[in-house]
Design a protein around this ligand. Structure first.
Ligand code: BEZ
Ligand code: FE
Length: 251
């Protein structure tokens, strides 16, 4: 059975790519180099990386045109379903003495009028202090710095983790080769990935960046958007320290 949406989109892609090839006079060896690059990226399990770096932000922006509220941002290639369910007080799964500065990520989920949305699920994942993701890069315990938790009845949430740094995406394979040929770096600004889910409001995928962070203006994945840059507040009041039973400052 013909799927009209697939037919419209694929036929337009075919026409657009053929016109593009004519415009740039793509030779057979250039065509073969391009197909080899895609095949190689699949063999190395890097096809999501390749496509997400160049195209995912566009898809996410197009979806944002149809919705209101906080913008979505790319999921990226390192999301995994089924992160551990956490219980309050929320602390991201981490190693003993997980390297990195202490971070408390807090906020509130509201509807478009600012009314609290109670008990939404947050699925949070981010890189470690070396810019590496558990279950993707070797030598890190499974599900490290990945977890699911809930906002409270007033829509507020808070979780303890570590502050991820800006990081370089894997650059040894085809994606790195293309970026290098374009003269681009491979860095993303420091960020937290989050999916927020609620039975009445559905699901959204986004990211949070940090004000003043490096690469905010030239993210390799072009995925920084207004409204997603959060403020880091240094919390070292005696009250804050006492609440956590800490003896030294934290963020
Ligand atoms: C990330 O945010 O983890 C990411 C996004 C796009 C490409 C590579 C990594
Ligand atoms: Fe990331």
């Amino acid at each position: 059975m013909v799927n009209q949406r697939v037919k419209t989109v694929i036929e337009d892609l075919e026409t657009t790519l053929c016109a593009f090839m004519r415009k740039h006079q793509i030779s057979h060896s250039e065509y073969r180099a391009a197909t080899d690059l895609i095949i190689q990226s699949i063999k190395l399990g890097e096809e999501s990386l390749l496509f997400d770096v160049f195209f995912e932000a566009e898809a996410s922006d197009i979806s944002n045109n149809e919705r209101q509220g906080s913008p979505e941002a790319i999921e990226g290639p390192f999301y995994l379903r089924g992160a551990p369910q956490l219980y309050p007080p929320y602390v991201m799964p981490q190693r003993d003495n997980e390297p990195g500065e202490l971070l408390f990520f807090k906020g509130a989920i509201t509807d478009l009028e600012g009314n609290p949305v109670p008990e939404a699920e947050l699925d949070l994942w981010h890189a470690d202090a070396l810019g590496l993701y558990s279950n993707i890069h070797p030598g890190i315990p499974d599900w490290n710095l990945r977890g699911r938790f809930y906002a409270n009845k007033q829509g507020q949430y808070e979780i303890q983790s570590i502050l991820p740094p800006p990081y370089e995406i894997p650059k040894a394979g085809p994606t790195g080769a293309v970026l290098s040929a374009l003269g681009r770096h491979c860095f993303r600004p420091a960020h937290l990935h989050v999916k927020v889910k609620h039975p009445a409001f559905g699901e959204m995928t986004s990211q949070l960046y940090f004000e003043g962070g490096e690469y905010l203006d030239n993210d390799v994945a072009s995925a920084v958007r207004d409204g997603l840059v959060a403020k880091l507040v240094y919390r070292d009041s005696a009250e804050d320290l006492a609440i956590r039973g800490l003896t030294k400052p934290y963020y």
